[in-house]
Design a protein around this ligand. Structure first.
Ligand code: SAH
Length: 494
């Protein structure tokens, strides 16, 4: 038969006597969490560990020297037994029981009249977790998850709303309208303003909401980097923002696993650019959707692959939002070059081989591509090409024409960080042919520079790197001038 459920309570211990029995590390941890409550803490033990002794000397706690004496519990509201002696713990529990003092015995659910929960603290907000005493590890595990979900701004939010409590009550005397008001405030711009530490703007927003409680709230937009695909590479903040989203406008590049982490009942809209589609029309539609949804008071997440500011047109979207007076925040993401470097075992700036790394898009108009190839061809730097749309032939031709050695290593990372990741290694001389030979598809990132070869030794994720030797690649293919499927795939990814 399972035990009846526990009844949770939050206790006000200020000025009340609490006895901790035990003078070791466990006792110290309990005392440390009691001191901030303002409890009058008495610690009973033959000997106190140094921190407890110091607190006693400072008068922050009172020491009860000697062996446990039931008389210690006189006048106490709560006792915590934290000794490593089962007999003493038992004696404490039974003395407490007969005096009707609540007792907690560390690591002994059965002897404990009260349990101390695992806690998440954010200012005045506390989330307490109990597994009923049976599986404290589970409670701790849940706490870790909750720690990730709520940041410090939750405390500021509680404080701000607590300060405004009287104003809110007098302005909105009936419960239903107060509920609607809180719903609106909690879904509106205020949490985002507090997340970025702008307390003044948050107060202003709250005052405006109180002034016009029935006007529709301001929505916000979070421009969020979704990283390269592996959902584990999202930032905590991205996860929090996704948890609160009403609408998610996402690119095609964003993986299904990442989308699965957003709030279930959010509306998902794919706004990826299509092959041969009109980029202008697509971008206009994105701007229209962003502004439209935010105007309806929604929490909009604009989710982009990698980092939103690296070849992501995130800047243009923010300019439109600013022009419309819509509030936004930006959550960075791990960009493809960083992620693919890590997951392929390529330290982009290994000190022996490279002093800088460049992020380059070859996705420019035909003819004059505006790229300073002479600068790119210089030694001791790593080149990370996104969207090699104008083709690998051209990259090889320009770099070698400007003096970069044909023996310079390259790596192509296809589907970086995803389970199907593939890495192709070779030298500049064989770049397009080897990519074609291995039928590299989108999305893929091209890394050129000495560091690329390190993947041969440092790879750790997914299948082993593919090389010219690994599958009978014939270097004589080199001079064939056929179409460039990788370039085409890069174009599709864009
Ligand atoms: N904002 C994105 C880049 C958008 S451009 C970022 O910061 O990563 C799209 C290009 O990024 C693709 O053509 C490809 O070159 C690269 N890319 C994005 N995700 C990738 C992945 N998982 N593996 C390899 N390359 C990727």
């Amino acid at each position: 038969m399972s035990a009846p459920p526990l009844f949770p309570l939050f206790t006000n211990l200020a000025g009340r006597a609490v006895v901790v029995v035990g003078g070791g590390a466990v006792a110290r941890r309990k005392v440390a969490s009691l001191i901030p409550t303002g409890a009058r803490v008495r610690v009973g033990a033959p000997l106190l560990e140094p921190q407890l002794a110091e607190w006693a000397a400072e008068g922050r706690i009172e020491a009860l020297p000697g062996e446990f004496d039931p008389g210690w519990l006189d006048g106490a509201w709560l006792v915590i037994a934290a000794t490593d002696d089962v007999a003493v713990n038992r004696a404490v529990a039974s003395a407490a029981e007969s005096r009707r003092v609540w007792a907690n015995v560390a690591d002994d659910a059965e002897l404990s009249g009260v349990h101390l929960p695992a806690r998440v603290e954010r200012g005045p907000v506390q989330i307490a977790i109990s597994s009923g005493g049976g599986v404290p590890m589970l409670a701790r595990h849940l706490r870790e998850q909750l720690e990730g979900q709520f940041d410090e701004s939750l405390g500021s939010l509680a404080e701000l709303l607590a300060q405004a409590r009287e104003r809110i009550r007098s302005r909105l005397p009936d419960l239903a309208s107060r509920r609607r008001f809180f719903d609106r405030v909690l879904k509106g711009a205020i949490p985002a303003l507090l997340r970025r530490g702008d307390h003044v703007a948050a107060e202003r927003e709250l005052a405006a909401a109180l002034e016009h409680p029935r006007s529709s709230p301001n929505g916000t937009v979070a421009l969020v980097g979704a990283g390269p695909g592996d959902p584990g590479l999202l930032t905590l903040r991205a996860l929090r923002v996704l948890n609160e989203a009403d609408v998610v406008l996402h690119d095609r590049l964003v993986s299904a696993e990442v989308l699965a982490l957003a709030r279930r009942d959010a509306e998902f809209i794919e706004v990826g650019k299509q092959v041969g589609g009109d980029h202008h029309a697509t971008q206009d539609r994105i701007h229209h959707l962003l502004v439209g949804h935010a105007r309806q008071g929604k929490r909009v997440v604009r989710l982009k692959g990698g980092d939103p500011f690296i070849f992501g047109r995130g800047g243009e979207e923010l300019e439109v939002l600013r022009a419309h007076g819509i509030d936004f925040e930006v959550v960075p993401g791990i960009t493809a070059a960083i992620a693919c470097g890590a997951y392929a075992g390529i330290p982009l700036t290994h000190r022996e081989y490279a002093q800088s790394a460049r992020f380059i898009t070859a996705h420019t108009k035909e003819g004059d591509d505006g790229i300073d190839w002479a600068a790119l061809a210089q030694e001791k730097q790593t080149l990370a090409f996104y969207m090699g749309v104008s083709g690998l032939e051209r990259i090889r031709e320009r770099l070698t024409a400007h003096g970069r050695s044909p023996s310079t290593p390259f790596a192509i990372i296809e589907n970086g960080t995803r389970p199907e990741q593939r890495v192709v290694l070779g030298t500049l001389a064989d770049l397009p042919e080897l990519a074609r030979f291995h039928q590299v598809g989108a999305p893929a990132l091209l890394v050129i520079g000495e560091v690329a070869a390190l993947a041969g030794n440092l790879h750790w994720f997914g299948s082993k790197p593919l090389t010219a030797a690994s599958a009978g690649f014939d270097a004589n293919l080199r001079d064939h001038t056929c179409s460039d499927p990788v370039g085409a795939d890069f174009a599709r990814a864009a």
